[in-house]
Design a protein around this ligand. Structure first.
Ligand SMILES: NC(=O)N[C@@H](CC(=O)O)C(=O)O
Ligand SMILES: [Zn+2]
Ligand SMILES: [Zn+2]
Length: 438
């Protein structure tokens, strides 16, 4: 590959600089670079350069639901969203609960080549919540699993959760908990509140999440092992995590783009596009989540990209599947809710969407590290963003196999202009291909 000179990019939102990439590595960074020899140039005037984004929570659906998404299509959507690495959730069919399945997913990611796929291992066999899966074998496999989760379901048995935390401590793993007390959410369809009563939909109380968050930070502290809370959605959960961090407990947390932007009022039209787990909450919760992401109480944004085929969403509310697309719109939603509101600068975005998720997933070191500083000697995993654009979201242009975006028709700021994975463009907008993305 000939060297690439990216000119005038605002690295992490700072002053314009040139970035010279050769052989997959950033070899020089500075103003007015004039490399000798053959190279190609990219004019990045007005663009922000970020470290390649890292998603700690993606559903790629392969194996088993290749009608909803495949590793190929999901990672293509990831590249278009500016991601160079994604953690693929274990709720596939078969479940990713053995070294064999996680290695298969990891290998599919390598073959597709759009983004590095870091498989998440299931905590319990078949996600049944009964017996621990072979966590050690998945950690030692070629996939090098460090994140374990029964996501979609909660590890609700306290003793199993304790054992899982003890087990992963040996290899510095982390349990990513889908915090949902199942007995408190039987048949639940939306946030519990005045609106759920009015709409006649079974409510999903905040305490169902908060009870598990509180229990698990205490368990993690007791064991001295790391717990990560998936898709935090309530003000009360924020308060618990804040208190836990003040006490120095080993907890990290994520918020999804949709919980930063959307509220339960959208459910009033019974449109299943807004059906998601955990449910959309109130404006007060949204404000608390934004504030917590800004002050670092919530460590990261994770997409929870959850593709579903048309028939699972184009139906009555009660029958519809939970979940929303997220990879291609994440950065735009974060710009809209956090940057354009003055809550976070671009360096903060780099932290919440790249540095911190890579650290939590322990993929900031090793053979193919992510979430590294934009600096000479580092792998050229880069995302170029044009923050000055506005796009009307059009699901038909998505790289995902599914169409269940909640943002259809919305105007959102920012466009990912190019993504580089170890110096190779995995996404780039050339003249004529700009426009809608979902
Ligand atoms: N978020 C969702 O609503 N759905 C996810 C499962 C999950 O993340 O809990 C899915 O797998 O579809
Ligand atoms: Zn979940
Ligand atoms: Zn999920």
């Amino acid at each position: 590959m000939t060297p690439i000179l990216i000119q005038n990019a605002r690295v992490l939102g700072g002053d314009p600089q040139d970035i010279l990439i050769d052989d997959g590595v950033i070899v020089a960074l500075g103003a007015g670079l004039r490399p000798e020899g053959e190279h190609s140039s990219v004019d990045a005037t007005g663009l922000i350069a970020l470290p390649g984004l890292v998603d700690l929570h993606t559903h790629l659906r392969e194996p088993g639901r290749e009608d909803a998404e495949t590793v190929e299509t999901g990672t293509k959507a990831a590249a278009r969203g500016g991601f160079t690495a994604v953690h693929a959730m274990a709720n596939t069919d078969p479940v990713a609960d053995t070294a064999g399945v996680v290695e298969q997913v990891w290998r599919l990611g390598r073959e597709a080549g759009h983004a590095d796929v870091r498989p998440v291992g299931a905590v319990t066999i078949g996600l049944k919540g009964e017996r621990l899966a072979e966590l050690g074998a998945m950690a030692e496999s070629a996939a090098g699993v460090r994140v374990f989760s029964d996501d979609g379901l909660c590890v609700h048995d306290a003793q199993l959760m304790r054992r899982a935390l003890e087990y992963v401590k040996a290899f510095d793993g982390v349990i990513a908990q889908h915090a949902q007390e199942p007995r408190l959410t039987e048949g639940a369809q939306m946030n519990e509140g005045e609106l759920s009563g009015r709409l006649g939909l079974r409510g999903w109380p905040c305490v169902a999440e908060e009870a598990i968050v509180a229990r698990d930070v205490l368990l993690a502290a007791h064991v001295g092992s790391r717990v990560h809370i998936c898709h935090l959605s309530t003000k009360g959960s924020v308060e618990i995590v804040r208190l836990a961090k003040e006490r120095g407990l080993p907890v990290t947390a994520e918020v999804t783009p949709h919980h930063l932007l959307l509220t339960d009022e959208l459910v009033a039209g019974y449109d299943p596009r807004y059906k998601v787990n955990p449910p959309l909450r109130t404006a007060e919760d949204v404000a608390a989540l934004r504030e917590a992401l800004a002050d670092g109480t919530i460590d990261i944004v994770a997409t929870d990209h959850a593709p579903h085929p048309v028939e699972a969403k184009d139906c009555e509310w009660d029958a519809a599947a939970f979940g929303m697309l997220g990879l291609e719109t994440a950065l735009s939603v974060v710009q809209h809710t956090m940057v354009d509101t003055g809550l976070l600068d671009w360096a903060g975005v780099a932290d919440r969407l790249s540095f911190a998720p890579a650290r939590i997933g322990r993929c900031d070191t090793g053979d193919v590290p992510h979430g590294r500083p934009v600096a000479a000697g580092e792998p050229a995993n880069l995302t170029l963003v044009d923050p000055s654009t506005t796009t009307t979201i059009d699901p038909s242009t998505s790289a995902s196999l599914s169409r269940n975006t909640p943002y259809e028709g919305m105007k959102l700021p920012g466009t990912v202009v190019a993504t580089f994975l170890r110096g190779r463009p995995t996404h780039s907008i050339t003249a004529g291909t700009t426009g809608g993305h979902a």
